[in-house]
Every structure is written in C-alpha cells, then in structure tokens.
Design a protein around this ligand. Structure first.
Ligand code: AVI
Length: 321
C-alpha cells in the first residue's frame, strides 16, 4: 500500500488545514487528507483500474530489471521503504536484491503492523524492523541495521505528489536518513500525452472521482461539515505548463456550507484544489536527483515509456577523474 509522504490522522490538524485552505483565493486542501480508511481503500481500488497504469507498469519494470538493480547495489543490503509496503512490489524487491533486513517507515502504526504481518508470511526468514515515524524528516534508523549497507525504496511515484522544491527537501531527508554509501530505488511517473494521463485520473468507473469527493464526505463526518456533496464534481486536467495532473473539486452551482461553524461560499465553477501529481521526464528526474545530493546511476522504463524506475546512489563527494 503506498501513500503520500505523510498521512495525518489528527482531527485538530485536519480542521485547521481545511479552514486555512478554504480561506485562500484558490481554495485548497492538502492531499494527505485523502487517506482516511475509506480514502485508503479507494486508493487501493485505483491502483487496479485499467486506466491507472502506474502500479502494474512499475511492477513490470521491477520484474524485468530487478537483476540489474541487484547487480548494481550488491546483495545483503538493508532495504528501507519510505511508506509501509503491503503491495507486491516490496517482496519482489527484497527477494531480487537478497535483502538482509527490511525497515518499513510509516507514520501509521496500523499500516506498519499490516505490512510487517504480510511480509512475515511471504519472507519468514527476513528480519523486519518497523519504524513508526514521519519520514519527511531525517531519522535515526533502528539499531538492528546499524553497519549494514542500505538501499532506500520509494515506489509508486509518491514523490510526484510534492511540488519540486518539497520533493528535493524530501530526497535530501532520505539521503540524511540512509547515510553514506546508500542507494535509492525510486519510481516516478513519466510525462506523456495528456489523453493517457487524464484517463488515468478520470476512470470510467468513477473510483478516482469517489476518492476525490471523499474529502468532502470526510469534512462532513469529522468537521461538522454541511457540504452538499452533489454540488461538486471531480475535475482532473493535465497542466502541461507545470507538468502535472491537478485534481480539483469543482462547484457545479453556487453553494454555501459551514465547516466547524465557519461559513464558506463558493460560486459555480470555483474549485478546491486537492492534489498535484507531477510527471517527470528522465532528464528532469536526473536533475531532481542531482539537486538533492543523489547521483542518477540508471533508469528503466516499460516499452510504452509510461513509467520509470530510477536507481540513484548517494553523492558522497567522490571526485571523479
Ligand atoms: C499516491 N499517488 C502517487 C497517486 C498519484 O497518482 O498521484 C494518488 C492518486 N490520485 C489520484 N489517483 C491516484
């Protein structure tokens, strides 16, 4: 299961963030609030949709190129996953690189427990050291993996949900957490034609729309919201200038509601911006790596060049001839 960098279960923070976001000229709600229980279930469904190619494409790339990753990084590394993996990708990588230990890091202890239990079934011999923490900040890794060479894993193009400057900050935090001599395997969605991209975020079954609209239901459930959800529609265009899919909730008519007692008015056509999903070309991804202190060593894509799996090595300042 892959989620945004930070999942936030704190109602206080949710209320503050929603009120602050709805007070902006371009209304906004941070994407991390998608992932309550219902939102997490909807996201799992998204990853299996025919239009949503990233998940299965990334698994295919990892399957086809795992041996090359293993040859580059060598066997016996401790794999540190940013986000708790319960998908097929994690055991695939762990087996391919003959990992000596696994550290899933997630802010939610519940997701960590699920991931650890899942792995214990699939790879019973592998030592697992779950770490319940916010991985957007540099972290002290568990004592059980001290001295082992490290390989970070950040699949699913989760980095794409951050604006470039924040993405660089996060990649720097990974570098600090993993330390000298570490490597990183990171999946990033590739920039491509807008029809393919827009289909992936506007699926025919309406699951992505339900995922987006769940934010409004969540406000009603948790923040005494009085939103008529039927007044809103899911809208997810590709913004070619900024290289990102944007998700919005668009008012289909003039509407007004309250959140925690605060009145909000929206005109027909006005939107609440709920997510960005940046799409990086191979060259842009290399620049991103370098800006954050990583050396882009290799990258693999699927045949249709939809998605890329990147292999980066921490730039430890070695001087090249
Ligand atoms: C989690 N993240 C990488 C997904 C994405 O594609 O940006 C979230 C998502 N939003 C709508 N569909 C999927």
């Amino acid at each position: 299961m892959l989620h945004l960098a930070v999942r936030d279960d704190d109602d206080g923070d949710f209320g503050e963030a929603v009120l602050a976001g709805l007070a902006q000229p371009q209304k906004t709600i941070p994407a991390r609030f998608f992932y309550d229980t219902i939102g997490s279930e909807l996201f799992e469904k998204i990853t299996a949709l025919p239009e949503y190619y990233p998940t299965r494409t990334e698994v295919g790339i990892l399957t086809a190129n795992g041996a090359a990753v293993a040859a580059a990084v060598g066997p016996g590394r401790a794999v540190i996953e940013f986000g708790s993996g319960s998908s097929a990708k994690t055991p695939l990588l762990l087996r391919t690189v003959a990992a000596s230990a696994y550290v899933p890091i997630d802010i939610s202890a519940e997701f960590l427990d699920m991931a650890a239990a899942d792995l214990a079934r699939k790879l019973p011999e592998l030592p697992v050291f779950p770490l319940a923490a916010d991985f957007t900040r540099p972290l002290k890794l568990p004592a059980g993996i001290v001295g082992r060479p490290k390989l970070g894993f950040f699949p699913g193009s989760t980095l794409g949900n951050l604006a470039p400057a924040a993405a660089i900050d996060l990649l720097r935090a990974f570098s600090d957490t993993l330390g000298e001599g570490s490597w990183l395997v990171i999946g990033l969605d590739l920039r491509k034609d807008s029809a393919t991209l827009e289909a992936a975020y506007n699926d025919a079954a309406g699951v992505t729309a339900a995922f987006n609209l769940n934010l409004l239901h969540r406000i009603n459930r948790e923040l005494d919201g009085t939103i008529d959800v039927a007044d809103f529609a899911h809208w997810a265009p590709f913004n070619a200038d900024l290289g990102r899919i944007e998700m919005h909730l668009r008012a289909v008519r003039d509407t007004s509601f309250t959140v925690l007692g605060t009145p909000i008015m929206m005109a027909a056509g006005e939107t609440i911006h709920t997510e960005n999903s940046y799409k990086w070309t191979l060259d842009e991804a290399r620049l991103l790596a370098r800006a954050a202190g990583w050396d882009p060593v290799d990258a693999w894509t699927d045949d249709a060049a939809r998605f890329a799996l990147h292999l980066w090595r921490r730039d430890d300042g070695a001087i090249e001839p």
